[in-house]
Ligand binder design. Sequence first.
Ligand code: ADP
Ligand code: TRP
Length: 327
Amino acid sequence: MKKRVLSGIRATGTLHLGNYLGAVKGMLELQDNPDYETLYMVADVHTLTTPFDVEKLRANRREVVLDYLAAGLDPEKSVLFFQADVPEHTELAFYLSSVVNIARMQHLPTFKDKVKQYPHHATMALLNYPILMAADILAYKAGFVPVGIDQEPHLEVAREIARKMNEQYGMDFPEPQRFATEGEYVPSLTGEGKMSKSVAGSYINLTDGLDAIRDHLASAPTDSGQGKVVPATGGVANLLTLVELFQGESQRKDYEKMYLGEGIHYQELKESLAQAIYKELQPIQAKRTKLAADQKYVDNVIADGAKRARALARQTVDEVKVKMGLG
Ligand code: ADP
Ligand code: TRP
């Protein structure tokens, strides 16, 4: 039997380089490996866990599908769907919540961070976030989850839930593992933390043209370009990480030598990095423009994905119901 893979990204806007390198690249790699059966969703229900605008959510879930398809996710190889179209996820989440302790959820760093960010939105939906994510994965008994390193605490919860369901109710859930990529942590352009949609100036979108990429890089902080040690954190370190991800390790080493010697000219570094990033994004953007003009095709992909995903998820949820005395 093929190993199952599930992943998703929230519908909070178009994707950025962090989402692409940390999550989508891993999704692509497993999709193209015939040993795996891949299911990729837009985590639109999860979008309700933080403040959102109804019309923006409606538009954004389509944007994410377009990004997926443009980046190379292929409905012939993967099941692509909206989480909200498979109500089995929310149903299963409730059953799973019966083996989860409240305090465990309240102490998760991801929960605490979001409460800090939105102090007036500490909702039950937010507290339930990791349980719904576990349900997304376990509904398909998926063993691999391509996501960035920031999602590891959520996967740990999913493993705990799987173990408890197996011990208490005799289920056979695998303990899902993260599938890591080279870009599992793409740093912010601001020089601090990770590239993230919620931090202005931190990211480059997959839809950004060459000029927009240049502008974003222009505001990334640098230094004099020379010193006794190459910085390990901050603006310069982050630029070098991006160089490594888009231009390779040897290019990074060349810059490091320059830093310790004659000095780096950041304008040149940023221009060649902008070119390298655009070279990777340009074909994705061309494909996206074509797809955006064919709404019917996108609708069909999503409708078909929902049907296929539901059939699989229903089997698991029915099995859970029987094992828990509900059927
Ligand atoms: P954001 O922080 O921008 O809101 P999400 O939380 O929606 O991003 O993340 C969607 C997916 O992209 C997850 O798998 C996450 O791990 C991955 N991801 C997000 N930002 C980065 C990053 N800077 N580096 C690597 N992966 C990332
Ligand atoms: N929590 C993930 C994120 O922030 C999104 C997500 C929801 C997810 N359900 C999932 C990722 C299931 C992998 C598997 O991006």
